[in-house]
Write a protein that binds this ligand. Structure first.
Ligand SMILES: *Cc1c(COP(=O)(O)O)cnc(C)c1O
Length: 451
């Protein structure tokens, strides 16, 4: 189905609400102009725009079934006696252009291990993005360190490198930027500050498999990069994670720490184990599933990117809808969710929640963005705990609270809406239905506001 073309005047309202960027300059194409002004919103009893289904997730190929049964029958289910996890590590490192890969049980355990390897200790501070999944800063809490938030750029939804320096104290040891939604962070900006202040950098690439920054894969651009393979992710394995790195000593240490602190590589056991560690190992069955999923990852990402750029081009024509802007140096995004900003001013001030209900009623599943996690009660709970009271002075925690004012992040949390990544695996007609559903809500904004 065709989508409606908006007048220049209508589009200017959008443009003045914020700059719009896209990775590719699209040629002007002939966009049709169906109007939905005379059609009733599905929420108000009308017919919905999208009547079909959406792609399922995850998707598997049957070749892996035999491999899993074969492995199952050997009884060698853990990595200590099997070969599959090690093969996966080699393949993943190769696919991402890193020297080494360590597979872990999950993205969270990858982050916990990475911070431990780089020396994050109790009482340290780690600079982190507030616009992320809770696991990112939980990994800092796990070390009894203090997560210190760096504000979010409201146009890219990513850590704003120009806001990092002001948050550094004499206890800061590391920066943990997040490539949220698979949008690459401006890593040159982050690494420059890190270098000047002698800080370690761990990339949370748990949503950024095969995304690229200046042509290199995210997760290979800092000291260490962490990935998640949880069921909803682009390379799903039920659960699973990985750390990428290029330094052999650091990666040997990571292997030791994820394996109860057992010696690894050139380490010589002098007395007992060389490191304090945990059991964060990946299982054989996970590795087999992941290797089969890796085969489709690049092709799926191509489809998502193509559809996301198509949506960018069409959605930015609708007043009040603003697609995400790529950060400096981002050359390929992989869209773990397709995010955009909703300006209610252009929609008769209809609240985001009501807009979402109206779009969902048209048959297009839509979800919100992350909440204002810097205001999560979890922080006060931590700061009032015995351990944190011992580790951080009243004065330091007061400064944390005083500086916990993140206008860029607040704006992103207030305005961002998104579509699941699996929706981006649909057809062009499906994408047109998304555009048409939002167009229909826009054209019926008076009726919706009154309802
Ligand atoms: C999924 C995710 C994690 C955690 O990964 P798990 O495998 O679920 O432990 C961490 N950070 C981000 C940004 C994520 O999306």
């Amino acid at each position: 189905m065709k989508t409606r073309k908006f007048t220049r005047r209508e589009v200017i309202v959008t443009a003045s609400a914020g700059a719009v960027g896209s990775m590719i300059n699209w040629p002007l194409s002939s966009i049709g102009s169906p109007s939905f002004a005379k059609e009733k919103l599905a929420l108000l009893g009308g017919e919905k725009v999208h009547k079909g289904t959406w792609p399922d997730w995850p998707v598997w190929d049957q070749t892996v079934e035999k491999e899993i049964v074969d492995m199952f029958r050997t009884g060698r289910w853990w990595r200590g006696t099997g070969e599959h996890v090690e093969v996966f590590e080699k393949k993943y490192a190769e696919m991402m252009g890193a020297r080494r890969c360590l597979a872990t049980a999950s993205g969270t355990t990858a982050l916990i291990t990475a911070l431990e390897v780089l020396g994050v200790d109790a009482g340290d501070e780690v600079l982190v993005s507030p616009y992320t999944f809770i696991a990112t800063y939980n990994s800092i809490f796990f070390h009894k360190a203090l997560p210190v938030f760096v504000d979010t750029d409201p146009e890219t939804f990513l850590m704003d490198p120009s806001k990092i320096e002001a948050k550094i104290t004499d206890r800061t040891v590391a920066i943990l930027p997040v490539h949220i939604y698979g949008m690459p962070v401006d890593m040159d900006g982050v690494n420059k500050v890190a270098k000047a202040h002698n800080l370690k950098v761990v990339e949370d690439a748990c949503q950024a498999w095969l995304a690229e920054y200046r042509g290199k894969k995210t997760g290979t651009l800092a000291d260490l990069g962490c990935f998640s393979f949880q069921n909803s992710k682009h390379i799903p394995g039920g659960e699973g994670g990985a750390i990428l790195g290029n330094d052999d000593d650091i990666m040997d240490k990571a292997n030791s720490i994820h394996n109860c602190g057992r010696p690894y590589g050139k380490m010589k056991p002098v007395q007992g184990y060389p490191y304090r560690g945990g059991n964060f190992r990946m299982q054989q069955s996970q590795a087999l599933i992941l290797m089969s999923q890796m085969k489709r990852a690049q092709k799926d990402n191509d489809i998502r990117l193509d559809n996301a750029l198509y949506l960018d081009k069409k959605l930015k024509e609708i007043p009040g809808i603003i697609p995400v802007k790529p950060a400096n140096g981002a050359t390929r995004a992989v869209y773990h969710l397709y995010p955009f900003r909703y300006k209610k001013e252009a929609f008769n001030n209809i609240p985001k929640e009501k807009f979402m209900k109206a779009v969902a009623a048209e048959g297009v599943p839509i979800t919100g963005g992350y909440g204002k996690q810097n205001k999560d009660l979890l922080f006060e709970e931590a700061f009032n705990s015995r351990g944190y009271k011992r580790l951080f002075s009243e004065e330091r925690l007061k400064k944390w609270r005083d500086e916990n004012n993140l206008p860029g992040n607040d704006q992103v949390c207030d305005e961002v809406l998104s579509f699941y990544q699996s929706i981006l695996l649909g057809s062009k007609a499906d994408m047109d239905d998304i555009v048409n559903a939002i167009t229909k809500v826009y054209e019926n904004r008076n009726e919706l506001a009154k309802s």
